[in-house]
Design a protein around this ligand. Structure first.
Ligand SMILES: [Zn+2]
Length: 92
């Protein structure tokens, strides 16, 4: 993660251990993913359990980097609100 936003210079490195709460956010995202995959693959499509688990584990491995970043973004957005009037360096 970048230490500061390149547009508005917001500091992303808040304090040591700040993103520990993002673990709980990613836990919620993974729970939603697993439950929805279970409903789709097991209940709707009636897949074999071994096939379902192999697809699910592969999906979790592939989605780990984006979910990690999404959880951190979600966590910091709990505490920092969007400010439309904050000066930016980036073009609109
Ligand atoms: Zn920014």
């Amino acid at each position: 993660m970048n230490p500061r936003c390149s547009c508005c210079d917001e500091r992303f490195e808040r304090e040591p251990g700040y993103y520990t709460g993002a673990l709980y956010v990613s836990y919620a995202y993974y729970t939603a993913l697993i439950v929805s995959c279970f409903v789709i693959m097991e209940v709707v499509l009636d897949w074999d359990l071994v096939y379902f688990l192999s697809v699910l584990i592969s999906l979790i491995i592939v989605l780990t980097p984006p979910v990690f970043r999404l959880a951190r973004l979600s966590w910091i957005n709990f505490f920092i609100s969007y400010d439309a009037h904050k000066p930016t360096h980036c073009p609109e």
